[in-house]
Design a protein around this ligand. Sequence first.
Ligand SMILES: [Zn+2]
Length: 321
Amino acid sequence: MDHYLILDIGGTKTTAAVFTENGEPVKDLFLVVPSKTYEGCDAVFENTVAAGRRVLKETGIDIKEVKGIGTAAPGPLDHETGVIINVPLMGWKDFPLGPELQREFGVPVRLDNDGNLGALAEQRLGVAKGARSVVYMTVSTGCGGGIVLNGDVYRGFTGSAGELGHTTLDMNGIPCNCGSNGCLELYASGTAMNKRMRRDIEKGIRSKAFDDIGYDKEKVSGKILGKAAGEGDGYALSFLREEGRYLGTGLAGFFNLLDPEVFVLGGGITHLRKWFYDEMIRTIERCAVSPVSPDRIRFSELNDKVVVYGAYCLIKEFLKG
Ligand SMILES: [Zn+2]
């Protein structure tokens, strides 16, 4: 049977898997290793190759049985040539990752960024399966995203479409490292939530969420918020309603711009949906120009595997032409 090697190179960890033609991970194995970020271009690349070889060995699949490699990498990148344009975190500048992997393994390689692959996976296999147009956003450390229009990934004129997290919510807001101010991810991401909690501890705000961590600013997390919200803590509940307003404002903008059939929300934030969902839907109802029925807003079930599944779809469809 034909197989595909999948390599998902993230900022902190790299996941390697072997998929069958039918999209099943062989031995259900998702090998996860640290990405060796900051160790430089060669170290990150060699680490990726080693992860690929190891997952082939552990699944018992010979490289001769592998038709191609689907890769997810941080952008900006040129998905046609496989060149990573500039990722300081990895030490990659104009780095031909695709061609280098092809030379190493001797099979065709396709690559794309995780936002685009997330959108592709959700539209092909996930909760948006069958929808013609899909917007996907993952909310964890940051807010990444991707767009599928009329069944294809929409990359835009220069390949930079889908930067959903950098939608401006407040032009006088917090400065963002993209150069703008008040971007969605500065309010809605996990990083932003943690920052707000730390600030609230400094302000002396009392909450069950903070009782649990002894008011230690280093220990704030979405998890403590969820737990406190579950216990009816007023601070946690209002904090998560506010999160719903940020997300809803962003989503209303996406619906106004693209009117996708389905919007998929993924990432760590989905574990807290119970407490932000109603406010998010209310905000969309208020801010979107045309009505958006709530069943068009769905939560990812592929979760932390979504990018790996997207990379499988990418290489499989490329080879099938
Ligand atoms: Zn920004």
